[in-house]
Each structure stands twice: as C-alpha cells, then as structure tokens.
Design a protein around this ligand. Sequence first.
Ligand code: BDR
Ligand code: CA
Length: 329
Amino acid sequence: PRKVILDVDTGSDDAIAIIMADLSPDIDLLGVCAVNGNQPLCYTLENTLRIVELLGAQERIPVVKGMDVPLVKELNPGRLHQPMTPTTQYDDQGREICYHPKEFDLPKATLKPVDENFIPWYIRTIKSCPEKVTLIPVGPLTNIAMVLRADPTVVENIEEIVIMGGGHTERNSTAAAEFNIWKDPEAAEIVLTCGAKVVLVPLDATHKASTRLEEAQLYRDLHTPVGEMVAQLIEIRTRAYNLLQPLHEPDLCPIHDALCVAYVIDPSVLPGLLHTRVDVDISGGFADGQTIVDTRKLHNLPDNCWVALDADRDKFNRMLLDICARYSR
Ligand code: BDR
Ligand code: CA
C-alpha cells in the first residue's frame, strides 16, 4: 500500500476523503493533519477527530493540529479583500443550509491530537518512512508550505503531492478563484513550485465526478455507521449546492476531496493529465488566488504540475461505494 498523509479542513467532503483513505487496502494512512479552512481550525480538528473515532481508527491514525491562519493573506493591507460567495443560507423552513457543518452530528471526540507540533511531526514522519510518502492536501496549503519552508529536503522522500484545489474554467469562491487556493494563495504557490511531483485536481475534474443525491441511499443500505455518515454528508452537500449554487445541475454534488484519494488508489480515475506550468496569482487584486493553468504551453518556465481536467464519474463513485462496503462493523 501507498504511504499517505492527508491534510484536511474537515469539512463534508474531507470527511469522505478520510473514510476512503482509511478503508482502502491500497493506502497506509500515516496521519491526518488539520488546517484552518472550511471552518476555523478548532472545528476542522474536532470534526477530524470525530471521523477517526467513527472509523474506530484511534490507534491507527495520528491526528495532528496544523495552522489556524493563512501564511500572510490577512497581513497584506494592499490586498483587495473580495467577499467570498456565500457558504450559508436559510431555507424556507429557517433551517441553516451550508456545505460544511461546523460540528458533525457525531459524538464529541475523546481522542486527542498528537502532542507534537505539526512541522517536526511532518518532517519526521516523511523522512523516517522507508518508502516515499504521498501527501494529499485537500484544504488550504498552509501546513504543507510551512513544512517545505522549514525543511525543503523533505521533497526527496515525497512520492507525489496530490492537491485538491484550483480551477481552470471553474471557480467557486470568487469569479477568479477556487476556495482552497483562495484561502492561502502564497502557500499554494510555494507548494506548486517546491520541485516535488505535483498533481493538481481542480474543480474542472471534481465537477465531472459528481455524485447524485439518489446515490446516498446506496450508502444508507450498507447499514453501517460509516455508510450512514457518507449518506448524510452527500445529502448535506446536495442540499447546499441546490440552494447556494442555483446554476449547478440540481441534486448533484462533487465530493472534491475524495477524488484525490481515488486517484492515489487508481490513477485511471483522472484520465489524460496535462503536464504544464501552473502558478497562483498572489498580487492581491481581482484575480487573487486564481490558478493560471497554461493549457497552451505558452510559458518559458519549467512544467511544475500534472493537471486533471477530466474525471471518470462512474469509476469514482463505484470505487467509493465498494470501499465503504468493506467496513462491516
Ligand atoms: C474545496 O473547498 C472546500 O470547501 C472543500 O472541502 C474542497 O476541499 C473545494 O473548492
Ligand atoms: Ca477540503
């Protein structure tokens, strides 16, 4: 199995990514590190701990506490602080509808995060591993950028970094940018140019692998706590997309973060990766956090990224269901 570290801002789709990675026989999950993103760190960390407990993985998976603020974004007074598209609204019955509940509907975690700062934890875990380690960051890239700055030589023992983030023709936070990159653009640029093999899984790919609301029932029919949780998360996400993104096809939701895990298990889920140059706009204007994907190879800088612009929807959804069905407790 591939040695993997997940970096998450749990989050509804992050939760499904953790479940998929832990239950897959092709992945050996060395740890999960939480970061500020979908919600403040205290919530993303607590939700991560709750999911690890749901999986009964307290002994298997160390949970690590990462950064609670972006690298520099909030310090730049010259930055145009554009409002992000709304992520919460109320439906006709006054119910709060959002993509990422602050607190998952699971028992409060009794598990504690590891008692070590995330930077030495990452460096030690990557360097002491006899095999190369694959990083799957599916939140803002703050933690990974800090680790790369602290010890750039970790790259030598990294197999690949599979990032959920960015968008070429699709965006979701501003007219220019996708959420994970927009939250910490400088961190994203550091990771994209670190010299490791980087695979970028942007919205262009994740939207092509969307899950249908009616598929939630397949997970419920597994009659397991994990199946029930995945069903609920698909329903939460679909409700949010229906209300908050009326231009999106109804009753359909992308499970962005889990698609990166699926790629590590079976790369054919992302057909036709484009090897090219990708940079992030960090100038702080209207395009703040935009990923500039050079699809026409106009650049004279080295290619730094394998970009997924397509995905195999059926394969992804089949993989996720099969993996969840493995959990019988
Ligand atoms: C990304 O942003 C977050 O809201 C999701 O968890 C996903 O990682 C999609 O833009
Ligand atoms: Ca995420």
